[in-house]
Design a protein around this ligand. Structure first.
Ligand SMILES: C[S@@+](CC[C@H](N)C(=O)[O-])C[C@H]1O[C@@H](n2cnc3c(N)ncnc32)[C@H](O)[C@@H]1O
Length: 270
C-alpha cells in the first residue's frame, strides 16, 4: 500500500531529527532497569528499540499499533537490532487496549495519543488503566519548529495553513490541542502532572542524513499548501524549500534550525 510505504520511508528519513530528542526524553524519565512498559501507537517500532535498551535485558517493552503492516516492519527492526527477546508487538487499539488492568510499570506514546484527529481523553484513560498504581503515563508529540531562518513571515504564513496546523484542525475545540494535555491527564485522574519540552538542532554544514531529514520535513509540514498561500508566498516557498532551487535554504552556509517535542507525564495514583 503506497501510504504504508510512504510512512515507513518518512519514519526512517526523519529519524535523525527525532531520535536525539526522544533519547533525551527517555533519559530524563529514568525508567527502572527491569521495568515493563507499553509503547502505544508504536508504528515501525523506532522508539520501542530505544525503550528496550533503557530497561536492560531484564526489562520488557510491548509495542502496540492498529496497523499490522507497521508491526511487520517493527518485528524486523527489533530482530535486526538483536532486541527481539525484550520487545514484543501486539495488534490493537489504544482506545481499547488488549491488556488487563495494572499490567505495565509505565506507558509511553509518541505522536499518537492526542495527535490523531480523535478524542484524546479515552486514550489517556486507557493508558492509565493498564499501568500499575504509582506507574507513569507519558505522551509526547512534535510541538514546534523554526526551519526557515531569516524568513519568519513566510514561515508563519506556511504554518497558518491547514497542513501547517495539522494534526490540529480548524474548528476543533482548543481543549483538543496537544498542548492542552495537562487537562486530559487531570481528567483521567493522573497525579504529579508535568510538562516539558525537548529541543533538537541542525546547522550547517549539514550531514547527508540531516539534510535528507529536513527535506522530508519540509514536504511533510507544508505539502499541499499552495491554494492557501498568496502567489508571492508560494513562489518564495518554492525558491527556498525545493532542493533543485539555486536558493535552497539548506545550502545556505549559515543555515540553522530547531524543532521540539513536548512531553506530558503523570502518575497513576498509588
Ligand atoms: C505518527 S505515527 C507515530 C509512530 C511512532 N510512535 C513514532 O513516533 O515513530 C502514529 C502511529 O499511531 C498508530 N495509531 C493511531 N491511532 C491508533 C489507535 N487508536 N490504536 C493503535 N494505534 C494507533 C498509527 O497506526 C501509527 O503507527
Amino acid at each position: 500500500m503506497p501510504d504504508i510505504d510512504y510512512f515507513v520511508k518518512m519514519a526512517h528519513v526523519s529519524n535523525p531529527l527525532r531520535e536525539p530528542i526522544l533519547r533525551s526524553a527517555i533519559q530524563t524519565l529514568q525508567f527502572p532497569l527491569g521495568s515493563r512498559g507499553l509503547d502505544a501507537g508504536c508504528g515501525i517500532g523506532l522508539q520501542a528499540l530505544l525503550l528496550a535498551e533503557t530497561v536492560g535485558h531484564m526489562g520488557h517493552v510491548t509495542g502496540l499499533d492498529f496497523s499490522p503492516d507497521f508491526l511487520v516492519y517493527a518485528k524486523d527492526l527489533a530482530k535486526k537490532a538483536g532486541l527481539s527477546g525484550r520487545i514484543s508487538f501486539r495488534e490493537g487499539d489504544v482506545n481499547k487496549l488488549p491488556f488487563d488492568d495494572d499490567t505495565f510499570d509505565w506507558a509511553w506514546s509518541v505522536d499518537c495519543v492526542g495527535y490523531a484527529p480523535i478524542e484524546p481523553l479515552p486514550m489517556v484513560t486507557e493508558l492509565a488503566r493498564v499501568v500499575k498504581p504509582g506507574g507513569s503515563v507519558i505522551i509526547l508529540a512534535w510541538s514546534c519548529e523554526k526551519l526557515l531562518p531569516g524568513h519568519p513571515l513566510l514561515e508563519a504564513r506556511l504554518n497558518a495553513t491547514s497542513a501547517g496546523i495539522a494534526p490540529f484542525v480548524k474548528g476543533k475545540k482548543p481543549e483538543s490541542h496537544f498542548l492542552r494535555a495537562l487537562g486530559w491527564f487531570r481528567d483521567a485522574g493522573l497525579e504529579a502532572r508535568t510538562a516539558r519540552t525537548f529541543a533538537g538542532d541542525a546547522h550547517a554544514p549539514l550531514t547527508d542524513d540531516l539534510r535528507s531529514a529536513l527535506i522530508a520535513l519540509f514536504q511533510m509540514r507544508w505539502r499541499e499548501v499552495k491554494s492557501e498561500l498568496r502567489q508571492e508566498d508560494w513562489a518564495a516557498y518554492q525558491r527556498l524549500c525545493l532542493p533543485e532551487s539555486p536558493d535552497f535554504i539548506l545550502d545556505h552556509p549559515d543555515y540553522y534550525a530547531f524543532f521540539t517535542y513536548s512531553m506530558f507525564h503523570g502518575k497513576v495514583p498509588a
